[in-house]
Design a protein around this ligand. Structure first.
Ligand SMILES: Nc1ncnc2c1ncn2[C@@H]1O[C@H](COP(=O)(O)OP(=O)(O)OP(=O)(O)O)[C@@H](O)[C@H]1O
Length: 238
């Protein structure tokens, strides 16, 4: 994506956001609240229209993709589910809209550890289970590109370790894997490359090892790089 700009009324959300995500590695996408991470993902997925700039997935605009779930899988909001529908029916419905075989639904349920709970209503799922279901939906079309917004939220430690290793193995298969998170320790464990956003643009785009060599930890790098970027701080003015 390059030169993305987007305002919501008087609020600038993106102010020239530009970066390219490489395949074969996990890229962490970090930045303070309101930095524009979710808006960037929404623009890439055609859910928000930018005021300027462009975003491509595998060289094409999302809206021109035929069977988009087979090109890019995404997890934006794990709560965005029909609560009365079972996990299995949710995935079957998604699969049907995209011409994906029913047996793939069973495969992804198995892959995310929800096979035993697949007939329960998704509305009764814990947040961690919903995240797993969101990851299952993202993987349904076996896409070469994965965009995940805070997938670790609500996951227990076992879930986080599982998700980390899943995302690393998906990247090792040659996929593009972009993961936004506020958990610096987790991103440090999982990512090979890190994009740091602040106030709607990129303030660092570097291999994890370069950030660690310079700052010691990703948390230290993050705090240093975003020092002037935080609009709101708990406890009032900084
Ligand atoms: N639909 C919307 N209407 C109005 N303002 C919005 C909308 N979506 C995003 N914004 C604003 O755009 C800015 C960027 O928000 P965005 O959610 O992209 O940031 P973020 O980096 O994902 O934040 P967080 O870490 O809190 O999830 C914020 O100021 C936010 O309030």
């Amino acid at each position: 994506m390059a030169g993305l700009r987007k305002r919501f009324g008087a609020t600038p959300a993106l102010d020239g956001m530009s970066f390219t995500v490489r395949s074969g590695v996990v890229t962490g996408f970090v930045g303070p609240n309101g930095a524009g991470k979710s808006t960037t993902l929404r623009v890439v997925l055609g859910l928000d229209t930018p005021d300027a700039g462009w975003a491509l997935v595998s060289g094409r605009a999302y809206r021109t993709l035929h069977r988009p779930l087979c090109h890019v899988g995404s997890l934006l909001d794990a709560g965005a589910l029909e609560p009365g529908r079972s996990a299995r029916n949710h995935l079957l419905w998604l699969a049907r809209t995209q011409g994906i075989a029913t047996r793939r639904v069973e495969e992804v349920l198995e892959l995310v550890g929800l096979a035993a709970a697949a007939r329960r209503k998704a509305g009764g799922y814990s947040l961690g289970m919903r995240q797993r279901l969101g990851i299952a939906a993202a993987l349904l079309g076996d896409p070469p590109v994965l965009l995940l917004d805070e997938p670790f939220n609500g996951m227990d430690p076992d879930g986080i370790i599982w998700a980390r290793s899943l995302l690393r193995s998906l990247a090792a298969e040659g996929r593009v894997v972009l993961v936004s998170s506020h958990l610096m320790g987790e991103v440090q464990e999982m990512a090979d490359h890190v994009v740091v956003a602040g106030r709607g643009k990129v303030i660092a785009d570097a291999p994890l090892e370069d950030l660690l060599a310079r700052h010691g930890t990703l948390e230290a790098a993050y705090l240093r790089l975003t020092r002037d970027q935080v609009e709101f701080r708990a406890g009032g003015a900084a």
